[in-house]
Design a protein around this ligand. Structure first.
Ligand code: ACM
Length: 550
């Protein structure tokens, strides 16, 4: 059973030399991601049953609860809430810190967690959890729970630290998503980019258009193995989240300082929706939810007012489910042939002085961006939305894809493919950028192509980008596309342990990053995953040795 309760012991070091109190060495400290500064002092704090815990603000309560649950699960001790500031563990407001920053002071007598708000307190607790050391004496088997005396000041390098889960190709389900959120939280990742809609499945209940899930969430079979393998599983597949479930997951994430950014792909990758409602498509051809993966033929016909109304209706329900400021609209890999072959689309383009299909996409994207902004949100999309042709490898001739029009300014661009100059240009123009360069951050890629060290050494700020534009690089995303990982165990093998490397990419300064230190800390994290039954990839060391030997 994958209960968090049993997971906790995994973080802990079991030694044979328990003392009531002892000093620790730097080698005993294993925190992922590595904090900004850590001073290790003599002695330690010994955790005991019934110790008091002080907090006086609402914004501290999710961190307090998380710590209490963790301590009880790990030690069976209870931490007792107390109105006295002389308590053993104290949560303290400290003005002037950044929103996710915290300070953690541990002395033999007291633990103080200071922050300026909810996120900081929560992260202070995540670090405290990783510091807890369980020690047993050989003779008596008496166990003590020690926390090394430390003074930590911590603050993330980037504000955007994302994991993307592709729930469209395979439906993973509520329990799995919550497990991922738990692991992200411990790693101080703050964004779940949730790819919920694609050709292969529509996973969000939309009340106004019930066929989206009734039809679009299910397919009769699935291609397996790899692209164009010609093999299928022979099994039907499907599933979706009700709005109630989604709201519950959003709240679960929020309690862990994780914002969920939903992705509603448009105008391509839209087969599941077109299977539900043929009139959404450009080709006017009735289709089933595709069994094969890859870029597919039809797109939303963005020149039809009823299609634009549909998209706005769906977005309106999405706004009600997801409080996220940022709403992702996909925008990648749009095949333009279906628009080029449509008389009515061509007529529309002529009438509106739109010269290329890339411009039609930008025109549409900008109008949806306006709608999103009018609703108090902000659009995000894959970097094709800038209108540059980054696909030289598509089989079909796309014609001239370079757009003349410019993407609306307030949009966040998720850079995944193309010349790095496109990224630096966009950053210079003032776009917010999330760096998800595919050959450095795609978790579906093999460990041979992205070994752990390559994942770890990724820098979201491209070389040569002038310092004044660094602020436009919001951070990093790592993406778990799931075409070829039908089971949750497959997804875990691809995501873990690389997700921990990306967590450190997003959090830790370049000066503090050290792959050897990371690997030592990762060992404890792996024990934690072991107790949870998480199927992480275990052969990183072997693989790296083999790659070096080559
Ligand atoms: C993508 O990998 N198509 C964004």
């Amino acid at each position: 059973m994958r209960l968090t309760v049993f997971a906790l012991v995994a973080l802990l070091t079991l030694t044979n030399c328990a003392e009531k109190n002892r000093s620790f060495s730097k080698a005993d400290i294993a925190i992922v991601p590595q904090p900004l500064s850590l001073v290790l002092n003599e002695s330690s704090f010994a955790l005991q049953d019934g110790q008091t815990i002080f907090s006086d603000l609402d914004e501290q309560q999710s961190a307090v609860k998380d710590l209490q649950n963790y301590v009880t699960a790990t030690t069976k001790f209870t931490l007792v809430a107390n109105a006295d500031k002389q308590s053993a563990i104290v949560f303290e407001k400290k003005e002037g810190l950044d929103p996710e920053a915290y300070e953690l002071q541990v002395t033999p007598k007291k633990i103080i967690i200071s922050a300026t708000g909810k996120a900081g307190y929560f992260y202070g607790v995540q670090t405290l959890k990783q510091l807890l050391s369980v020690e047993a004496t050989k003779e008596s088997q008496a166990i003590t729970y020690l926390i090394p005396s430390v003074a930590i000041e911590d603050n993330p390098r980037f504000k955007w630290r994302a994991f993307m889960l592709d729930d469209a190709r395979y439906f993973h389900g509520e329990a799995f998503v919550k497990q991922m959120l738990d692991q992200m939280a411990l790693l101080k990742m703050n964004t779940l980019h949730w790819h919920l809609i694609d050709d292969a499945g529509w996973r969000i209940e939309i009340k106004k258009y019930p066929l989206l899930t009734k039809v679009g969430a299910f397919r009769t079979d699935s291609e397996i193995g790899t692209w164009k393998s010609g093999k299928t599983s022979g099994q039907p597949h499907g599933g979706f989240y009700t709005q109630e479930q989604l709201k519950d997951i959003v709240a679960y994430a929020a309690a862990r300082n994780i914002n969920i950014v939903p992705e509603f792909e448009m105008p391509g990758h839209s087969s599941a929706a077109i299977a539900a409602y043929t009139w959404l498509g450009t080709a006017g051809v009735k289709i089933d939810v595709p069994v094969k993966f890859g870029r597919l033929y039809d797109n939303y016909d963005v020149t039809k007012p009823e299609v634009v109304t549909f998209i706005k209706d769906v977005l309106t329900e999405i706004f009600q489910i997801f409080p996220s400021e940022v709403i992702h609209i996909g925008g990648d890999e749009v095949g333009y042939e279906v628009w080029q072959n449509s008389k009515s689309v061509q007529k529309y383009m002529k009438e509106h002085n739109i010269n290329t299909p890339a411009d039609l996409q930008i025109d549409f994207t900008n109008s949806i961006s306006k709608f999103i902004e009018a609703n108090g949100r902000r659009m995000m999309g894959w970097n094709e939305i800038l209108g540059k042709n980054i696909h030289t490898d598509f089989e079909e001739k796309q014609g001239d894809q370079e757009a003349e029009k410019e993407l609306a300014k307030n949009v966040i661009v998720q850079f995944w493919k193309g010349d790095l100059e496109l990224l630096t240009d966009a950053a210079k123009k003032g776009y917010g950028i999330v760096n998800s360069l595919h050959d450095r951050t795609y978790l579906d890629y093999s460990y041979e192509s992205i070994p752990l060290e390559k994942a770890y050494s990724f820098d979201p700020i491209p070389e040569g980008l002038d310092k004044q534009f660094h602020k436009n690089i919001y951070g990093v995303g790592c993406q778990m596309w799931s075409e070829w990982t039908p089971t949750n165990a497959d997804v875990e093998r691809q995501a873990f342990p690389r997700i921990a490397a990306y967590a450190e990419v997003g959090w830790t300064t370049m000066e503090n990053k050290n792959y050897d230190t990371f690997k030592v800390a990762l060992k404890k994290m792996q024990k934690h995953w072991d107790t949870l039954g998480i199927n992480y990839f275990k052969d990183s060391d072997k693989l790296e040795a083999a790659l070096q030997a080559k």
